[in-house]
Design a protein. Structure first.
Length: 362
């Protein structure tokens, strides 16, 4: 299930963080706004409405104050608007949970806030759950979500989507890509590879929807690509015209190259596991070639590769971080594939040390 978390950000920062992480580890998907939810424009309101409408359940956490009323919210505070919007869309019988933090004896909570939540609790027929600090809240959220244990998010998903970015490298690029797929489509990023140099960047993102039993929601790839292209282009324009320091090399590439974003459904064969391999070798010409040839002979595909410097205690050596997988026609099973990879690396010239971990894929 998807649970929207509503609270004041500043006075409940740790409690909010605890709630979001606990929801995740209970097997559900938390939906939340990362910064103080003070709506200033229609775009922010749209994001709030999208997240609330996509939620299956609602968790409201309150403590000292209700926040500032906003005209665009019908002269309601964000936490008031979010709850009333959810009830309007989902009905009073939808899962709604109130958590109230017990105030310190020297602090006086807003009476207006307390009365408002008391009235809402009475209307909805629920009893607010009292807690004292994030540690107690963690256990109480687990207890409250226990009745939804049969509605946990599916581990396996039907489709994976690939987003490819090619264009100028500017500060905030990956954050903007992540923001679009989450706030607009609630997609989870399963894998990301980013490389940059000379002011240019290539980014590969694999993402998937977190499906709930009975949900038939489909992602419109054309719409996703169009929105992604438009929003990234707008952020790029902002970097060019207002904040040129956001470019890594200090240049303004606006006149030379425009950002390009492509979105596709992943058509490749699903490989149930990967072999995460860390190899430390001598830093010599031809060493990478020798290792890659061995992978080729054994039928291992390099899914991701990073070449990093080794620790100072290993002079004239380098470390390779490699994600490997085998197509079905080559695979002999998890244990045999790992054993064969170990045999290949154990006596390879130049290899000083290695480790292999088998990682399951969603």
């Amino acid at each position: 299930m998807k649970f929207f978390v509503s609270s004041r950000m500043r006075e409940l920062f740790i409690e909010r963080k605890t709630a979001i992480e606990t929801i995740h580890f209970c097997g559900h998907t938390p939906l939340y706004i990362e910064t103080e939810p003070e709506v200033k424009d229609l775009e922010a309101l749209y994001t709030m409405n999208k997240l609330v409408s996509d939620a299956d359940g609602f968790i409201s956490i309150y403590y000292l104050s209700e926040g500032k009323k906003d005209k665009i919210l019908g002269y309601r505070t964000p936490i008031e608007y979010e709850l009333e919007q959810f009830v309007e869309l989902k009905g009073k019988d939808a899962p709604i949970i109130f958590f109230k933090q017990t105030p310190d004896r020297f602090v006086m909570p807003s009476r207006t806030m307390e009365v408002w939540f008391e009235e809402k609790a009475s209307e909805l027929g629920i009893q607010p759950i009292l807690f004292d600090g994030p540690r107690e809240m963690d256990s109480k959220i687990q207890q409250a979500l226990g009745r939804f244990s049969d509605k946990k998010d599916a581990v396996c998903v039907k489709d994976n989507f690939i987003i490819r970015y090619v264009g100028p490298d500017f500060i905030g690029l990956i954050g903007k890509l992540s923001e679009v797929v989450f706030t607009g489509y609630r997609l989870n990023i399963d894998y990301i590879s980013h490389a940059s140099g000379g002011g240019m960047a290539t980014t590969y993102v694999s993402c998937s929807p977190r499906l709930v039993a009975g949900s038939g929601e489909e992602v419109n790839l054309g719409e996703l690509e169009e929105n992604m292209q438009r929003i990234i282009a707008e952020d790029f324009e902002k970097a060019c015209t207002e904040e040129e320091h956001r470019f890594a090399d200090g240049s303004n590439p606006q006149a030379s190259l425009r950002p390009s974003v492509k979105v596709d459904k992943d058509p490749t064969e699903v490989r149930p596991y990967q072999l995460f391999t860390k190899v430390r070798t001598i830093d010599a010409p031809g060493q990478l070639t020798a290792i890659c040839k061995e992978f080729l002979i054994k039928g291992f595909n390099i899914d991701e590769f990073q070449l990093r410097p080794s620790a100072p205690e290993y002079p004239r050596q380098t470390t390779m971080y490699i994600w490997l997988s085998r197509p079905a026609k080559w695979s002999k099973g998890r244990d045999e594939d790992q054993a064969e990879l170990e045999r290949s690396l154990r006596y390879l010239v130049g290899v000083r040390n290695f480790s292999i971990r088998v990682m399951s894929r969603p």
